[in-house]
Design a protein around this ligand. Sequence first.
Ligand code: NDP
Length: 233
Amino acid sequence: MTSKTACVIGANRGIGLGFVEQLLEQGYQVIATCRHPAKAKALNKLMNKSVLLEIYPLEVTDDKALEAFAKQLDGRAIDRLIINAGTAGKIGVRHGNPIKRNNLQQVFNVNAISAIKIADRLIDLVSASNEKLLIAISSIMGSISDNTSGGSYAYRASKTALNAMIYSFALDVRGEGIHTLLFYPGWVKTDMGGPNALIDVATSVSGMLNMMENAREYATGSFLDYAGAKMDW
Ligand code: NDP
């Protein structure tokens, strides 16, 4: 086993899968989670080519599944914990359209509540590593000051809540030497970003990984884009 281990939460497709690919190329042992390992074609293909990849099941909203996952990792160290899983929820909700309570709850549950639960449950493994990096994938949509177009109440607020919680968590764990960054990955061509997005997965992921190399140049809890620009809260 190599001395560097990364854990990517929500790695079945899109940006999460891109993290797995590039981290493997960099020689990291990669712990990748997805909801249905047996159906995770791209991840299984990578695992057939690389002994460095491990795949675990994790529905992020399932606390029992999180507990089982964490128990399997007992005694391990995670240099980079990358919390990436996210959902846009129902698209097109704005003033005049029905605001559904269950959509708000589900999007908050995945994007915000699950992220802080995962960070809290796995942070001791990050603490046991050399790099000690906690990374959460946020969005420009979580920035209140950048919001000029309205709409997307659930997604926007869930990412604002993610920022608030992870920032606070970053302060709580900095004494253990843990360094935390929140990233806006850019507008990325994925199922979520759509085909008109501005950049591809490889560009976004390599930008964020480059910044992780120099993570401690930024204050812990910083909210940054994939190219290093500071994001407004
Ligand atoms: P995708 O929709 O392509 O992928 C989302 C990933 O999250 C999938 O692997 C999905 O798993 C996983 N996921 C969603 N819900 C759950 C859940 N309940 N439990 C476990 N895994 C779950 O999105 P992207 O790759 O584009 O997005 C990745 C992150 O980047 C998200 O946090 C997103 O908010 C953020 N982001 C993306 C932008 C973009 O332009 N693409 C812009 C700004 C932020 P499954 O395959 O099983 O559904």
